[in-house]
Design a protein around this ligand. Structure first.
Ligand code: ADP
Ligand code: TRP
Length: 356
């Protein structure tokens, strides 16, 4: 948590408590969190972004359970309080305080063009609240209040880290200081996992249960979800992965291929990508080499490999669920540590901006 008094880079990231942790979270972000907590070049903190999650549609009755479940799952996945600081965002109110200062530095037009804001405004069109728009500014405060330099996230969050860099620069320039660092996003080699039900979209809790595999899913549930995954019907990769990515980065009218074809190709590559990550050596290549791909073979194999990979996670989660006090204590202790740095930053900020 200490900023600037040693050579280690400050690394920080968060996850919303809005449902169970899924494979997209794992391959895009958490895999890096678990790896980097052991890297001596980094001082790591991870938190449950409960205030962020209020900007989505949610049930107040279930929120506390979701927060505790996310804390439990972060421990089950292998984050170790002996190696990193684990806390809950709302235990460190300085995050929201700094967000207000940053609000006064952030042009409205920057927020209106954020992809996540546009997507979510479409998904929850009866609840386009100000929090949804301000979401990336709170994220910038989360990072900068701890002087975060490295931010391991999935590809969808890169735009928010870039905005954080802008805000750090605006602050430093306006107040004539060199105080906040410009953090860098850290991506895994699978920065975007696709939804099982609509592979043109990212795997996300908000697309419904069938669209994602939760790390906690039982083997039979994983099999059912993978079997239901949308994929090219003929079992052929008619586009390479690179060609597919290139086409999908263009506007729909400039792609020259219909959406169904692209969806099928995105689906098949998503499954192959998962088998590359979770399968044994050579399994994905063997499937690719014997086209047409037999889904009756690929899907059960993939489901089995995913289930094997997270068997320990499921066991650890059950053990931790039997002792919720232990989980809460770990996060409370982490919150106190995080708060020390955050308080110090706010003292500096209040002085710098001229109100103290
Ligand atoms: P969700 O989108 O399911 O609500 P979060 O917003 O809580 O998930 O994301 C937590 C972390 O997981 C972020 O770093 C985010 O970029 C990453 N992430 C979420 N979905 C994916 C995905 N489909 N592929 C890669 N990374 C993802
Ligand atoms: N916005 C992130 C997401 O939806 C979660 C998050 C909140 C976050 N604050 C953060 C990630 C700070 C990295 C750093 O996934």
């Amino acid at each position: 948590m200490t900023a600037g008094n040693n050579k280690r880079k400050t690394l920080i990231s968060g996850i919303q408590p809005s449902g169970q942790i899924h494979l997209g979270n794992w391959v895009g972000a958490l895999k890096n969190w678990v790896r980097l907590q052991d890297d001596p070049n980094f001082e790591c903190s991870f938190f449950v972004a409960d205030y962020h999650s209020l900007s989505g549609d949610y049930d107040p009755q279930g929120k506390r359970c979701q927060i505790i479940e996310t804390m439990t799952e972060l421990l089950a996945v292998g984050l170790d309080p002996g190696k990193c600081t684990l806390f809950c965002q709302s235990d460190v109110p300085e995050h929201t305080e700094l967000c207000w200062i940053f609000n006064t530095l952030t042009p409205l037009s920057f927020l209106e063009r954020m992809t996540q804001f546009k997507d979510k405004s479409g998904q929850q069109d009866k609840n386009i609240n100000l929090g949804l728009l301000d979401y990336p500014v709170l994220q910038a405060a989360d990072i900068l209040i701890h002087h975060g330099q490295a931010v391991p996230v999935g590809r969808d969050q890169v735009q928010h880290v870039e905005l954080t860099r802008d805000i750090a620069r605006f602050y430093n320039r306006k107040y004539g200081v060199d105080y906040f660092p410009e953090p860098e996003p850290y991506l895994t080699d699978t920065p975007k996992l696709r939804s099982l039900t609509d592979p043109l979209k990212k795997m996300s809790k908000s697309l419904g249960e069938k669209s994602y595999v939760a790390l906690a899913d039982a083997p039979e549930v994983i099999l059912k979800k993978i079997k239901g995954a949308v994929s090219e019907t003929e079992g052929r990769t008619t586009l390479s992965e690179k060609e597919l990515d290139k086409l999908l980065s263009k506007l729909p009218e400039e792609r020259g291929l219909d959406e169904e074809t692209l969806r099928g190709q995105a689906g098949v590559w998503n499954l192959i990508g998962l088998l590359r990550l979770f399968g044994h050596e050579g399994e994905a290549q063997a499937i690719l080499d014997s086209q047409p791909i037999r889904y009756g073979e690929l899907k059960p194999l993939l489901a089995e490999r995913i289930a094997e990979r997270f068997a320990d996670f499921r066991k650890r989660k059950r053990e931790l669920e039997a002792d919720p006090d232990r989980v809460l204590k770990i996060f409370a202790a982490g919150g106190e540590r995080a708060r020390e740095t955050a308080r110090k930053t706010m003292e500096d900020v209040r002085r710098t901006i001229g109100i103290r």
